[in-house]
Design a protein around this ligand. Structure first.
Ligand code: UD1
Ligand code: CA
Length: 453
């Protein structure tokens, strides 16, 4: 039986040195699917509506402060004397907090909300456990701490380095995550010493201390080894990315998108796809992309910060950058780059074009090789193209400039002054026409060459 959930505080450990990343960027800020791993973790925990969040940090505090932007408190651990010592640093931030505390690792980013909830529910079980540990049974127990337990009740927590051969034979391992009441956590931690193989204050020892008091401690076991996988190196980061992508591709297909070669499509954490969307081979989604129903994305496109409305067609080989909006049935073809530009319904830019800081009217046709010249080296300027306007191939539209509705810009024009509705604008040098000149030139030159031999 569980009552209404107690208020929740999160303590996220992130003070470890992360040396194996060999990075100036804090380990927990390395992105997976375009989002820092810490933010993935906090998003899953946010579903439990925590009242408090404390991130324990060592080096790189400024980076975390910036990334969190006031959404969590920071507690500094310096020096780093172990996981128990790390949690102790949150005591000030949690002063007076009497709800449940969930201890997470910033470098274990994909723990599911359901798993966190199961731990908290177990904490309020009838046997009133002092601590709930999240355990798992990996293929290879490696260096993990062991959870010696019987029927879900923990009798001992022991680190690999401190364990006997018999204890090492135990396959149930400690993921590191724990749930403890705020009213008990810091009193338990205060009784943890560092007389062990590593000379550290082990968080795991709160279980042993509570057991000594005759309290029950429980283990919740997850059968999903991926959710408790820690990220300690760039290789593990890439593996986590691969697992995330694999799941997301399956989700996209389950939701009604066709991925021709799923393993070649890369999503961002926030990609939104409609139904009957087709994504061809080798497409990369950066953050901030929304794709409506019945959109086709041909092979080799790179799309970021863009909105694609129903019936749009993109690529192959197109690049949509932040602020690109393709309204209903607009088309963007090969080697076209769109940045901060709207193509209104049915507008087309099918070949070799740059549209930046532009507004392209409904039904307008942008010829091959059109460039909006939006930057003078200091400032950016807008190009506005009217409905049904026709921009001839290889035109340069020198912004700020307006092309009227139904206007025609002749091929090869460099347009620097506004074009009125319905106007033809032609900006080219006078054509020189010399019939037979080339024939005479070739004859003369060939003769000259023959004489020199
Ligand atoms: C810890 C557990 C071990 C478990 C393993 C799972 C302890 C004593 N051991 O081992 O039982 O199987 O995690 O990966 O808890 N951290 C700090 N400050 C510190 C030390 C660590 O913030 O002083 C943070 C790290 O940033 C990391 C987490 O705590 O997020 C775990 O640290 P790590 O060194 O990986 O723990 P292990 O000793 O491997
Ligand atoms: Ca570790």
């Amino acid at each position: 039986m569980t009552d209404a959930p107690a208020p929740l505080a999160l303590v996220v450990l992130a003070a470890g040195k992360g040396t194996r990343m060999k990075s100036d960027l804090h380990k927990v800020l390395h992105p997976i699917a375009g989002r820092p791993m810490l933010m993935h973790l906090l998003a899953s925990a946010d579903a439990l509506e925590p009242a408090r969040k404390v991130v324990v940090v060592g080096a790189g505090r400024e980076q975390l402060e910036k990334a969190l932007d006031g959404t969590a408190d920071l507690a500094v651990q310096d020096p780093q004397l172990g996981t128990g010592h790390a949690v102790q640093q949150a005591e000030g931030a949690l002063a007076g907090f009497a709800g449940d505390v969930l201890i997470l690792y910033g470098d274990v980013p994909f723990v599911r909300t359901e798993t966190m909830r199961a731990m908290l529910e177990r904490l309020h079980g009838d046997d009133n456990p002092a601590v709930v540990v999240l355990g798992f049974e990996p293929e290879d127990a490696l260096q993990y701490g062991r959870v010696i337990a019987e029927n879900g009740v923990v009798t001992k927590m022991v680190e690999h380095k401190d364990a006997t051969e018999a204890e090492r034979a135990c396959r149930l391992c400690n993921s590191g995550l724990m749930a403890v009441r705020g009213s008990e956590l810091f009193a338990l931690l205060a009784r943890v010493g560092n007389d062990n193989a590593q000379g550290e204050y082990y968080l795991t020892d709160i279980v042993n201390v509570a057991n000594g008091d005759g309290r029950v401690c429980a283990v919740v076991v997850t059968d999903d080894a991926d959710e408790v996988a820690g990220i300690n190196s760039r290789a593990e980061l890439a593996e986590a990315e691969a697992r995330w992508q694999k799941k997301r591709r399956l989700q996209a297909m389950a939701d009604g998108a066709s991925l021709v070669a799923p393993e070649t499509v890369w999503f961002a954490w926030d990609t939104v796809l409609g139904r009957d969307v087709t994504v061809e081979q080798n497409v990369v989604f950066g953050p901030g992309v929304t794709v409506a129903d019945n959109v086709v994305i041909h092979a080799f496109c790179h799309i970021e910060g863009a909105r694609l409305e129903p019936g749009v067609s993109v690529g192959p080989f197109a690049r949509l950058r932040p602020g690109a909006v393709l309204e209903e049935k607009a088309r963007v073809g090969n080697f076209v780059e769109v940045k901060n530009a709207v193509l209104h319904a049915g507008a087309k830019a099918n070949h070799l074009t740059y549209l930046g800081d532009a507004d392209v009217g409904a039904g307008a046709n942008i010829g091959a090789g059109t460039i909006t010249c939006n930057y003078d080296g200091y400032f950016k300027y807008r190009t506005v193209i009217g409905e049904r306007a026709f921009i001839g191939s290889n035109s340069a539209l020198i912004a700020p400039v307006k092309i009227g509705a139904d206007a025609i810009v002749a091929a090869g024009s460099a347009v620097s002054r506004d074009v009125a509705d319905g106007e033809l604008r032609l900006v080219r040098g006078e054509q020189l026409v010399k019939p037979g000149w080339a024939d005479r030139f070739h004859d003369a030159m060939k003769r000259k060459k023959a004489e020199r031999k």
